[in-house]
Design a protein around this ligand. Structure first.
Ligand code: GLU
Length: 305
């Protein structure tokens, strides 16, 4: 496995040149554009890493999976999906247009920014600090990494430039999707996106989901099986933004990407996979990371379809 991963990383490094760093959050431009790393976690707890697997990056949209799990555990699926839909989008991850024109103002799904912000507003907690601490604690459990913390510079950078997310949130408050204080909701959202991880961390998140919500390394039942199933279904149809269809055809796995360059995949009953490659394609997905997952899926016959 280790040799396979090394070969896949080296043969796909050239694709890092085809992407660009996310620049709309200024601090993200400090990432290493050439980095490419992968980690695979098996369901008996073994780990195999290759390439720049120690590269640190912010979890960004991959955190949307964690907050969705918590919102579902806090509220149940009827309430959550009365506020946020489960349909894929053909618009960009931070698009505002569908909020006005589709679904009676319900954001289309929890993996785009509008839906993710609405999901955070559903997490029970007195203020943004309580909500964020719940998200951080859950992420620590899913990664088995007690040392996780936020990258303060990226948090501040995102908070000071996050006017598109503010627009989405205020629009949703005007239509009744969000009922809480917008500054509090967004503060928790900006913090959750700024959690610093490695591809090992996100590969473990994938492994917990692949294992139906049971933590492979200690047997704890962390996520109810039904919620793990729902989340994997939404990752499959919506997890790679408006590139989810192409990803399903070429790779065929439940996955979630983030603009920090991470991609997390859950191979049901088999593996968790974490990839990092901060250079992004025009949809906001890791350009080389997608190629790594494609090779891995083909070589190990992982597609669920
Ligand atoms: N923090 C990012 C934002 O809200 C997350 C987007 C992403 O990773 O897709 O714009």
């Amino acid at each position: 496995m280790k040799e396979l991963l090394n070969n896949i990383i080296e043969s796909n490094r050239r694709y890092t040149k085809q992407g660009e760093l996310a620049a709309y959050i200024p601090e993200l431009t400090k990432a290493n554009k050439d980095a490419l790393g992968v980690c695979v976690t098996t369901l008996d707890g073994q780990e195999f890493c290759a390439g720049d697997c120690e590269t640190k990056f912010t979890i960004q949209s991959i955190s949307k999976v964690i907050s969705l799990i918590i919102a579902l555990m806090d509220n149940g699926k009827e309430k959550v999906f009365s506020k946020v839909g489960v349909e894929p989008t053909s618009e960009a991850f931070n698009s505002i247009t569908n909020l006005e024109t589709k679904n009676l103002h319900r954001p289309l799904n929890p993996m785009i920014n509008a839906g993710a912000i609405a999901i955070v507003s559903l997490i029970e907690g007195e203020n943004s600090e309580c909500v964020f601490n719940k998200i951080l604690d859950f992420t620590k459990k899913m990664t088995g990494n007690e040392n996780l913390h936020i990258d303060e510079n990226i948090y501040r950078s995102e908070k000071s430039t996050g006017d598109r997310n503010r627009s989405l949130a205020y629009f949703m408050k005007s239509t009744g999707v969000i009922t809480k204080d917008i500054d509090e909701v967004l503060d928790a959202y900006f913090r959750q996106c700024s959690i610093e991880v490695t591809c090992r961390d996100i590969s473990r998140i994938g492994a917990v989901l692949a294992n139906d919500g049971v933590i492979p390394w200690n047997g704890e039942k962390l996520v109810p099986k039904e919620i793990a199933r729902i989340v994997k279904a939404i990752m499959t149809t919506c997890g790679m933004y408006d590139e989810s269809g192409e990803f399903a055809v070429n790779i065929g796995l439940p996955a979630k990407s983030g603009v920090g360059g991470g991609v997390m995949a859950a191979v049901p009953s088999k593996l968790g996979i974490g990839v990092v490659g901060p250079a992004l394609d025009d949809k906001g997905n890791s350009s080389a990371g997608i190629k790594v997952l494609e090779d891995l899926s083909k070589k190990l016959n992982l597609s669920i379809f």
